[in-house]
Design a protein around this ligand. Structure first.
Ligand code: FES
Length: 101
C-alpha cells in the first residue's frame, strides 16, 4: 500500500508511517527505499528517528544497530526487526506490510 510519494523523502532521510496498524520506518538509502518495523528489538525505540550511516540505522535510544535492508541487528546476533518489501510505482512508494521479507 502507498506509504509516501517518492519525492517526499530525500536520500539519507528517514520517516515513519502507520500502515494497516503497523508503524513502519522508511529509509531512502542513495535513492533506494527500504522499510522495517519502527520498533527497535531492544525496547521498542523509534528507528526512523535514528542516525543512519550507509545501510545501518542506530537506534536513538541505546544505539543498537540494524541493517535497514534486512532488519538484521548488527550488534546482537540472532536479533532482527521485521523487514518489508518496498517498490516504487508512478512516483508512489509502496510498502507491503502483510508479508515479512
Ligand atoms: S530501544 Fe533501541 S537500543 Fe534500546
Amino acid at each position: 500500500m502507498k506509504a509516501i510519494r517518492a519525492d517526499e523523502l530525500a536520500p539519507g532521510q528517514a520517516t515513519s508511517v502507520m500502515l494497516e496498524g503497523t508503524n513502519v520506518a522508511l529509509f531512502n538509502i542513495d535513492g533506494t527505499f527500504h522499510a522495517v518495523e519502527n520498533k527497535c528489538a531492544h525496547r521498542a525505540g523509534p528507528l526512523a528517528e535514528g542516525f543512519v550511516s550507509g545501510n545501518v540505522v542506530f537506534c536513538p535510544w541505546h544505539d543498537w544497530q540494524f541493517d535497514v535492508t534486512t532488519g538484521v541487528c548488527i550488534n546482537a546476533p540472532g536479533v532482527q526487526v521485521r523487514s518489508f518489501s518496498v517498490s516504487v510505482r508512478d512516483g508512489d512508494v509502496l510498502v507491503d506490510v502483510t508479508g515479512v521479507r
